[in-house]
Design a protein around this ligand. Structure first.
Ligand SMILES: Nc1ncnc2c1ncn2[C@@H]1O[C@H](COP(=O)(O)OP(=O)(O)OP(=O)(O)O)[C@@H](O)[C@H]1O
Length: 267
């Protein structure tokens, strides 16, 4: 059995230049209270990265720090080698970073089409072309373009939120707990959708509570604990690492291990 590497953020990484790199991030909300205590993260072109860890570990805060929503106190974030630390969200969108928050991620009173128009407000002339590309990926959105987002199910709203973030054709997409609050079936659909987006070439950083499913689909995973990298390796290695199972995946994962079988594959 391969063992995940503790405290070495470079484990299992490709050797080419990272698309996005976070180095030694320290960040927090209240003066004098740091939530991130020196986080490192590398995302290589085309990768799907999973971030898991206990409640309050700072996973969502890490995404917010990458997207300029939480002030970075020290450390740097680079995109294609360019320093983007503490850049504003609108500037990051322009540079190719997309963000899908966990909550309130659609405009409920607007139709699906209008929600997607909001996603392309920085490049309205590209709306038709981007809308067509999105509908190719998620045909339901085209069929139901005139439906108000507020009347959609949780899973469908999540699809609209992802689609809206894709309107600016990001090179990297940040997803904050996309499966939160969804039934197991809808969670699976969300993970399949995430992988589908990734296969179009978009790099993804996904924070997830559903750690096993997340590790199952991601190329590499980071385990965050108390605002620091605890473990990193490929998703598969983390999923089968005894220490990671014991500390972070809990009994369900242990049951899977002891039964000697993997979690069922996503369709
Ligand atoms: N807006 C905020 N103001 C002050 N503290 C906050 C704020 N948002 C989050 N925190 C605190 O930051 C810490 C980390 O929260 P964060 O949401 O990043 O953790 P997480 O790993 O994503 O946890 P979970 O899995 O429970 O969502 C928690 O102690 C939380 O209470």
């Amino acid at each position: 059995m391969t063992t995940a590497t503790q405290n070495t953020p470079t484990a299992g990484q490709p050797t080419r230049d990272p698309l996005l790199r976070a180095s030694g991030l320290v960040a927090g909300y209240l003066p004098g209270v740091n939530i991130l205590n020196g986080c490192d993260l590398d995302v290589y072109p085309g990768e799907l990265i999973g971030i898991i860890g206990p409640n309050g570990a700072g996973k969502s805060t890490l995404l917010k720090a990458l997207f300029g929503l939480v002030s970075v106190r020290s450390g740097t974030v680079t995109l294609k080698g360019e320093d983007i630390t503490n850049h504003r969200a609108d500037s990051l969108v322009h540079r190719g970073v997309g963000f899908v928050p966990q909550n309130d991620n659609v405009f409920p009173s607007l139709t699906i089409e209008e929600n997607l128009q909001m996603g392309s407000y920085q490049a309205p002339k590209r709306f038709a072309e981007r809308f067509e590309a999105i509908v190719d990926l998620f045909p339901t959105l085209g069929d139901r373009r005139k439906q108000r987002a507020g009347s959609l199910s949780g899973g469908e709203r999540q699809m609209v939120a992802m689609a809206r973030a894709l309107m600016m054709e990001p090179s990297v997409l940040l997803l904050d707990e996309p499966s939160a609050g969804l039934s197991p079936v809808r969670q699976d659909e969300t993970f399949i959708r995430t992988r589908k987006i990734n296969r179009t070439g978009v790099s993804i950083i996904m924070v997830e509570q559903n750690a096993r499913r997340c590790l199952q689909i991601c190329d590499r995973g980071y385990v965050l604990d108390q605002g620091r990298n605890a473990y990193t390796a490929t998703g598969r290695e983390l999923m089968h690492d005894p220490k990671v199972i014991e500390l972070y995946l809990g009994t369900l994962a242990a049951d899977v291990e002891s039964a000697g079988k993997d979690v069922p594959p996503l369709a």
